[in-house]
Write a protein that binds this ligand. Structure first.
Ligand code: PGA
Length: 262
């Protein structure tokens, strides 16, 4: 069961933490994790737009990569309320999350829009983290695999095997996310990660092997170690359980030790 690969750990701060809070959080997380070799883990944090400038001045992105929670598919134009890749680039941000469940289900984003964002991110040399996941209704209809495959095929439409070094996937079942979420069982998560990896191989051939697929949705200290041991789970994308730096650090080191001792 031993995994030799680098493990991915990240958090999306959603609409939490002011500039000051995010700066304190990231400063503490940097201190706590400075002894962990980055050959073993890839660590990332995705704060709100308003924090990015301040935190990008403080944080060494070779240790903690910073990302944006969303991005427009155009460089400029009549897109009130949107942020363009040029604006992120200006702040030294080259990593963007696309299609988080809340963007899709609260703000009505569609697969073709996510695809336009992925294409734009790749055109600007960004790394794109595409989030996918089925709703409870889709799960109950027994169409989860079809939904995941559709989200991947549309989301990555036009992406070439040469670009796979800059795409990541987070599998976050909609019913598992947030305060009312029910965490997916470890077996269910592994099963869906296998479906995702099959679909990525279908799309990109061997190049798909380098695409990390992270699990997210109510990851917590009680399930993180079992999840990270699963064959097709390359990392954990954590919400609430990561928003205290000390707790996130413990979750990371526990998961790393679990893998090491497996
Ligand atoms: P959660 O959030 O861990 O609080 O469920 C996960 C997410 O939305 O990425």
């Amino acid at each position: 069961m031993k995994k030799q690969k680098k493990l991915y750990f990240g958090t999306n701060l959603k609409m939490y933490k002011t500039i000051r809070e995010a700066t304190d959080y990231l400063t503490r997380l940097s201190e706590l994790t400075e002894d962990i070799s980055r050959d073993d883990i890839h660590l990332f944090v995705i704060p709100s737009y308003t924090c990015l400038d301040a935190v990008s001045r403080k944080i060494d992105q070779s240790l903690i990569r910073l990302g944006a929670q969303n991005m427009c598919w155009e460089e400029q134009g009549q897109f009130t309320g949107e942020i363009s890749p040029l604006m992120l680039d200006e702040m030294g941000i080259h990593f963007v999350m696309i299609g988080h469940s809340e963007r899709r289900h609260v703000f009505g984003e569609t697969d073709p829009q996510e695809n336009a964002k992925v294409a734009c991110a790749l055109d600007h040399d960004f790394t794109a983290l595409l989030c996918i996941g089925e709703t409870l209704e889709e799960k109950n209809y027994g169409i989860s695999d079809e939904v995941l495959r559709t989200q991947l095929k549309i989301g990555f439409h036009g992406v070439t095997p040469e670009q796979t070094g800059r795409i990541w996937v987070a599998y976050e079942p909609v019913w598992a996310i947030g305060v009312n979420g029910i965490p997916a069982s470890v077996d269910y998560a592994q099963e869906k990660h296998a479906v995702i990896k099959d679909c990525l191989r279908e799309l990109f051939g061997e190049a798909a092997e380098q695409i990390p697929v992270l699990y997210g949705g109510s990851v917590n200290p009680g399930n993180a170690n079992d999840l990270i041991l699963q064959k097709d789970i390359d990392g954990l994308f954590v919400g609430r359980s990561a928003w205290q730096a000390d707790a996130f650090h413990k979750l990371i080191t526990d998961a790393m030790n679990t893998v090491k001792n497996s």
